[in-house]
Structures are given as structure tokens and as C-alpha cells.
Design a binder for this molecule. Structure first.
Ligand code: KG4
Ligand code: ZN
Length: 336
């Protein structure tokens, strides 16, 4: 086909991602993660992430080109996450993208990380319904978005007022003695437990907003565990994991479907690392079926941070005729 080849670069957190797409066809998705280097700190250390991006950038680009069976000169446009994210980490990707775009003499597109999490689904399920509602849940963000057109208009309906959903999973995992990142471990442990064993609080459940709050829940779990330990009682980790997880996914799915109802939208997309959660997927499907809403969830490898999502949005911007970014494109760590 004659659709343009877009190279996408993602460095907003701890994954150095480079993806290549042709239109909505995924050709390569190479990732280098520094997650193991952060594990002993129990969270992502910005300086460690920046340095790891610097070291991984060129080899990851080379790996992506190799996966796609392409040469550098084949690339028609370069897209890069310009924000939001860790400032130093973003700078590495933006600097690399500028160099590649200038060197190749092709357009440069600075993109929003959250919009890229939405656009990636097109690589798996084809063009996005317009409009759709997107629930993005990861270690760094928890947002509800109204998406009339991912290339031109993405509207924030609500977001977390404290911890991100993934952050709550990671912190509760730590309390339960499970390794970082804790989400997958809680997911696994919860399958052996009961979601109704402990009634944990559901923050902002009935407050009429589309915002989230998870820090009260995290503290409630920590207090509950401390109290049991102080009383010399044994803790059934699967029950605590399942009850915590139920509280999170109950609120997430309730608010996502609230958003669909309020804006009369019949397509819901869930993305971000927490979208890999098996209970979130199951409850979302159940509630979407009941509400007549179609659910789209990309496969886990496309839900977590990656370069293909940036390339996918870049391809959309190109197709929509949006003007490229200037070559002095800044990294914007707090991009809305
Ligand atoms: O999107 P992502 O790879 O990176 C960003 O944070 O942007 O998301 C990582 C987050 C971590 O907090 C991790 O614990 C969580 O996603 N996560 C999960 C699951 N898999 C990953 N949380 C719950 N259940 C899972 N199965
Ligand atoms: Zn992300």
C-alpha cells in the first residue's frame, strides 16, 4: 500500500518503546524496560529511567527497524510522546525524535501520551467509533476521556484526585509482601480469594463526579492488615487482594459506564497497564453488556506503555492533515 510508514517513540516513564506502523497496520513494537532497575526502590526512580532511556534508545530503534524489515530511509514521519510524563525521561525521546526527523527530512509529531493509549486500539480493532469513551488506568494515570476524534479532540471528563489505580495496586501489593509491580501479583492472588471477604471503602463512589480517589482505599487496606497483624491473626492474602481489587474495579467500571450514559456514548475503550486486570475486564464486560455498550480492550502488550501507540496516533494525525510539530518541540511533563 502507499500509506505512510510512521516511527513512534515513547519514553514518558520506564519503558523505552519504539513502534512502526503503516496506517493502522502494526509492523514493529520494540521495548526495553528499566522496571527491574526500579524494583528494589518499590517505584520508578526518574533519574534511573532517564539514563536507561539514553542507553536503550538507539538499540531499540534498530530492533524495531529489524522487526519490520525496514531501513531508516523508509520512514515517512516520526511521532514522539511529548507529555505528560517524567520530564527527564520525556526529554530523551523528544531529543531523539527531533534528530531522527531532521536527519531523515520527514515531519515530526509531538503527541499526547493519553491520546496515544486510546489510538493504539486501532491497530487491533480498526478505526475508533466516533465518539467513544476511554478509561485509561495505569501506574501513572487514571482518566476518563470523551473522544470525539482522537486526532483532533480528546476531552478529559475526570481523573484521579490522588493515587493512580496502578499505583494503588503497587502500594497494596507492597503491604501484602508481593513484588513490584504489584498489579499482576494481586490479580493472580485474587483468583484464589473472595472479593466480598472484606468491605473496603469505595472512594468517590456516589459523589456525582467522574473523578477517582484511591488513596483512602490504599490506607484502609494497610490499616486493616496492620490491625490483624497486631492482633496476631493470620491474613489470608488472596481474600485481601480480591477485596481490594473488587473495590477498585467496581468504582472504575461504575464511573466508566456513568460517563457512557451521561454522554450517550455506546463504545467504551479501556487502556493502560491496569487494563490487563482479569477482574476489571470481566466486570467491565458484564456491565457493558447490561448497558448495551460495546467494549474494546487492546491486548495487554498494547495496553502497557509502548512505541506502537505513539506511531498509531502519529499515523492518525498525518491522515487527518494535522500540521507537524516545529523542530523546537518542547517536552511538557504536565501536558493536560
Ligand atoms: O501502562 P503501564 O505499563 O505503565 C504506566 O504506569 O504508565 O502500567 C503499569 C501499571 C502498574 O501499576 C502495574 O501494577 C499495573 O499497571 N498492572 C496491573 C496488572 N498488570 C499491570 N494492575 C492490575 N492488574 C493487572 N493484571
Ligand atoms: Zn501510559
Amino acid at each position: 500500500t502507499d500509506e505512510p510508514l510512521v516511527l513512534g517513540i515513547e519514553t514518558s516513564c520506564d519503558e523505552t518503546g519504539v513502534g512502526i506502523v503503516r496506517g493502522h497496520t502494526l509492523l514493529a513494537n520494540a521495548i526495553a524496560s528499566s522496571v527491574d532497575e526500579h524494583a528494589r526502590f518499590g517505584g520508578v526512580v526518574p533519574e534511573v529511567a532517564s539514563r536507561a532511556h539514553l542507553e536503550a534508545m538507539t538499540p531499540t530503534v534498530e530492533r524495531a527497524l529489524e522487526q519490520a524489515g525496514l531501513k531508516f530511509g523508509d520512514i515517512d514521519a516520526v511521532a514522539v510522546t511529548a507529555g505528560p510524563g517524567l520530564a527527564g525521561a520525556l526529554l530523551v525521546g523528544v531529543a531523539a525524535a527531533k534528530a531522527y526527523a531532521l536527519g531523515l527530512g520527514v515531519p515530526l509529531y509531538g503527541v499526547n501520551h493519553l491520546a496515544a493509549h486510546v489510538a493504539v486500539d486501532e491497530l487491533e480493532h480498526g478505526p475508533l467509533p466516533r465518539p467513544c469513551i476511554a478509561l485509561l488506568v495505569s501506574g501513572g494515570h487514571s482518566s476518563l476521556l470523551l473522544v470525539p476524534d482522537v486526532a483532533r479532540e480528546v476531552i478529559s471528563l475526570g481523573s484521579t484526585v490522588d493515587d493512580a489505580a496502578g499505583e494503588a495496586f503497587d502500594k497494596v501489593a507492597r503491604v501484602l509482601g508481593l513484588p513490584f509491580p504489584g498489579g499482576p501479583h494481586i490479580d493472580r492472588a485474587a483468583r484464589e480469594g473472595s472479593g466480598t471477604a472484606v468491605a473496603f471503602p469505595r472512594g468517590k463512589y456516589d459523589d456525582g463526579t467522574l473523578d477517582f480517589s484511591f488513596s483512602g482505599l490504599k490506607t484502609a487496606v494497610a490499616r486493616w492488615v496492620e490491625a490483624k497483624r497486631a492482633a496476631g491473626e493470620t491474613i489470608h492474602v488472596p481474600d485481601v487482594a480480591a477485596s481490594f481489587q473488587e473495590a477498585v474495579v467496581d468504582v472504575l467500571t461504575r464511573k466508566a459506564l456513568d460517563a457512557c450514559r451521561r454522554y450517550d456514548v455506546h463504545d467504551l475503550l479501556i487502556g493502560g497497564g491496569v487494563a490487563a486486570n482479569s477482574r476489571l475486564r470481566a466486570l467491565a464486560q458484564e456491565r457493558c453488556d447490561a448497558a448495551g455498550v460495546r467494549l474494546r480492550v487492546p491486548r495487554p502488550g498494547l495496553c502497557t506503555d509502548n512505541g506502537a501507540m505513539v506511531a498509531a496516533l502519529g499515523a492518525d494525525l498525518l491522515a487527518a492533515g494535522v500540521s507537524p510539530s516545529a523542530h523546537d518541540l518542547p517536552a511538557d511533563s504536565s501536558m493536560p
